[in-house]
Design a protein around this ligand. Sequence first.
Ligand SMILES: NC(=O)c1ccc[n+]([C@@H]2O[C@H](COP(=O)([O-])OP(=O)(O)OC[C@H]3O[C@@H](n4cnc5c(N)ncnc54)[C@H](OP(=O)(O)O)[C@@H]3O)[C@@H](O)[C@H]2O)c1
Length: 259
Amino acid sequence: MACALVTGATGGIGSELCDILAAHGYDLVLVSRSEQKLKELSERLEKAYGIAAPIFPFDLADPKAADQLHDALAEQGIVVDILANNAGFGDQGAFLDSSWERQEEMIKLNILALMRLSYLFGNDMRTRGAGRILNVASVAAFAAGPYMPVYFASKAFVLSFSQAMGEELRGSGVTVTALCPGTTATGFWNAAGMDAGNVFSLMGAQSPRSVAELGFSGLMAGKPVVIHSVPSKLANVAARLVPRRVSTWITGQVLKRRG
Ligand SMILES: NC(=O)c1ccc[n+]([C@@H]2O[C@H](COP(=O)([O-])OP(=O)(O)OC[C@H]3O[C@@H](n4cnc5c(N)ncnc54)[C@H](OP(=O)(O)O)[C@@H]3O)[C@@H](O)[C@H]2O)c1
C-alpha cells in the first residue's frame, strides 16, 4: 500500500489531509510534537479506514529531527510515496518587538525542516522515479507582511522553493505542489498570538477540510501551485498589479487590525 507522510498531522489542515489520504487508501506516517494527540489520531484513522498510521513524535524545529525521522522510517522499511510538509506557525508583532527565539524557531520549522525533508525524501523519490511532495505555503507568500514579517517571508520562501524544485524535477516522475491557503479556521491564529474570533469576523475563514481537499487534488494532478479561495486568488493577482510598497502598506494595515 502507498504511504503518505504528513507533518503537523494533528492540526487543522494536516488532520483533514490525513483523513482524505486515508480515505483514498494511503497508509500514513503521522508527525507532530504531541505524542498523545498523535496516538488518538492514529487510533481513529486506523479504525475508520483500515490503514496503518504509525506515529513519529518529533519537534521538527530541532535541526536534527528531519534526519532522525528519515533514518527511523528507513530502519522500519517504510517507503514514503507522498511527503506533505504542512507543519508551520506564525507570530504576530513588529519584528523588533518580537522574541528572537520564536522567529528563529519559525525559520527552523517553516523553512529548514521543510527543505531538509524535501531533500531527503525527494532524493529517495527521484531514485525510484516516482513521488509527490506537497508544501503548504500561504497567501502570505504573495506580499511582504508588516506585523508578521518573518512568517510572510518564510511562506514566500516555501512558494519560490517549491516552484523551483518542481521545475528541476520535471520529467523525473516526482512532482512538487505548493498549496496557498487564505485565512483558515484552525489553531494557527491562536498559536500566532492573535484573537481567532477577531480574525475570522474581519476576514472570514475557510474550512480546513476544503483547503486539504484542494491540496490533495492539486497534489494528485501534479500542479505546481494551488491557491485556495477567491480572495486568495484576488490577492495573488493584486500582488502582481499593485506596486510592492502599496501592497506592503495595505497588508500592514490589515495585520495591525487583525491583532
Ligand atoms: N490557518 C491558516 O489560516 C493558514 C493559512 C495559510 C497557511 N497556513 C499554513 O498551514 C499549515 C498548517 O497550519 P494549520 O492552520 O493547520 O495550523 P495548526 O492547526 O496550528 O496546526 C499546526 C500543526 O503543526 C504541528 N507543529 C507545530 N510546531 C511543530 C514542530 N515544531 N514540530 C512538529 N510539528 C509541529 C502542530 O502539532 P503540535 O503542536 O503537536 O506539534 C499541528 O499539528 C502551516 O504551515 C500554516 O502556516 C495556515
